[in-house]
Write a protein that binds this ligand. Structure first.
Ligand code: GLA
Length: 386
């Protein structure tokens, strides 16, 4: 089924490419979106995260040109992006905005010595945009993988992820951490990935037990305050670490918060990061032991902490978590990613996927008037050339 879907996407993209550029593509690369099981707002505090790749992915197909021009099309956008793949003048963000993720990656590749020359490319994605499932990292990492293929050269995986993160910082203006790009590059099918965001050490944790499933519920809301608030949280955390005399909040413990001189808000932010790091490591151990009940409890606590101490949830996400808790067969439920909208991630008993989805769907629609989208996923593979 997964394979079939994948081929279907490739055929669709190849046909559209041929229509637009009047020849078939000769290169193709894919990268997945991600869902974070636990460990949110910890990556930029040098802490721990536990994401997995989802069965939704971004595909880029391409063929070379004889000049240095890049023409980029997307199955989701009408405009064609056009620019020169050259370091003088240096590549800079411009219009259309969606192409900036690719452009930023190309700038990073040129700096790393990967000169792909000109090409025509087409993007097709099944990762929902603006839903907290890292559609931007999927595009960046798919683009980097395509350039690797065209240059017949492989970047070191962590360097590749960091190059993509830099593209997001410099070309999209989002000061994200390293989680999304690392999982898109390194994911392994059937595994979640425990990442130490300081040492960048990765540990793959088996998640193939057929009796449990990951259910993703998209609230379909995206609150405008999300980006400013993300930068604000990041700054507050860095200041709090400085006040505590630490390199990052990763190094803090609860004892340090007493008489710390932190203002009440910073104290709550720090408390989230400290407790979330503990929960994330504990969650990886629970997953290894197949202790789904405990993993679920940790996810529930994570949501409470993100809602109350870090204040990045919203009414719709809280409602989805609440509705999940009322169903039989749900081990745990929480918001996932940056927050202020997007998705919840639910750990559920596989036999109960349909009744749980139906109940959450109808109750959420009834109470908000919004139609949520719901899908189950197995942990998918990371980026690769096709
Ligand atoms: C966004 C960022 C990540 C991470 C999460 C919160 O997805 O891109 O780096 O900080 O928010 O965990």
């Amino acid at each position: 089924m997964g394979r079939w879907k994948h081929q279907d996407q490739f055929h669709r993209a190849a046909a559209t490419f041929k229509q637009r550029f009047e020849r078939p593509p000769r290169f193709a690369a894919v990268a997945p979106g991600r869902v974070n099981l636990i460990g949110d707002h910890t990556d930029y505090n040098d802490g721990f995260v536990l994401p997995l790749a989802i069965e939704r992915q971004t595909l880029v197909v391409a063929d070379r040109r004889r000049d240095r021009t890049v023409r980029l099309a997307s199955t989701a956008k009408a405009e064609l992006a056009r620019f020169e793949n050259s370091s003088s003048p240096p590549l800079a963000p411009s219009h259309p905005q969606w192409a900036n993720y690719v452009k930023g990656v190309m700038a990073g590749c040129l700096t790393a010595g990967l000169h792909a020359g000109g090409f025509d490319g087409l993007v097709d994605s099944t990762v929902p945009v603006g839903a907290g499932l890292s559609s931007s990292a999927a595009l960046e990492v798919a683009a980097a993988t395509l350039i690797e293929q065209m240059c017949n050269c492989k970047l070191d995986p962590p360097a590749k992820a960091l190059l993509c993160q830099k593209a997001e910082h410099d070309f999209a203006g989002v000061p994200c951490g390293i989680m999304d790009q690392f999982i898109a590059v390194m994911a392994r099918a059937g595994h979640a990935m425990l990442l130490d965001c300081r040492s960048r050490q990765v540990k793959m944790v088996d998640l193939t037990d057929p009796s449990v499933s990951i259910l993703i519920v998209n609230s379909q809301v995206h609150h405008d305050l999300a980006e400013g608030q993300y930068a604000d949280r990041r700054l507050t955390c860095h200041r709090a670490a400085k006040t505590l005399g630490l390199k990052a909040l990763r190094d803090a413990d609860m004892g340090m918060l007493t008489d710390s001189g932190l203002d009440p808000t910073s104290l709550r932010r720090a408390r989230h990061v400290i407790s979330e790091n503990q929960r994330t490591r504990e969650a990886a151990a629970a997953m290894e032991a197949g202790d789904w009940r405990h993993l679920g409890t940790l996810m529930d606590r994570s949501h409470d902490s993100l809602r109350d101490d870090f204040e990045v949830s919203c009414d719709e996400l809280d409602l989805l978590v609440d509705l999940a808790h009322r169903q039989d067969g749900v081990y745990g439920a929480r918001m996932t990613g940056g927050g202020f909208g997007g998705c919840t991630v639910n750990l559920v008993h596989s036999d109960r996927i349909d009744p749980i989805s139906n109940q959450i769907h109808s109750q959420y629609r009834k109470q908000t008037g919004i139609e949520p989208t719901i899908f189950a996923t197995r942990p998918a593979e990371g980026a690769r050339g096709l």
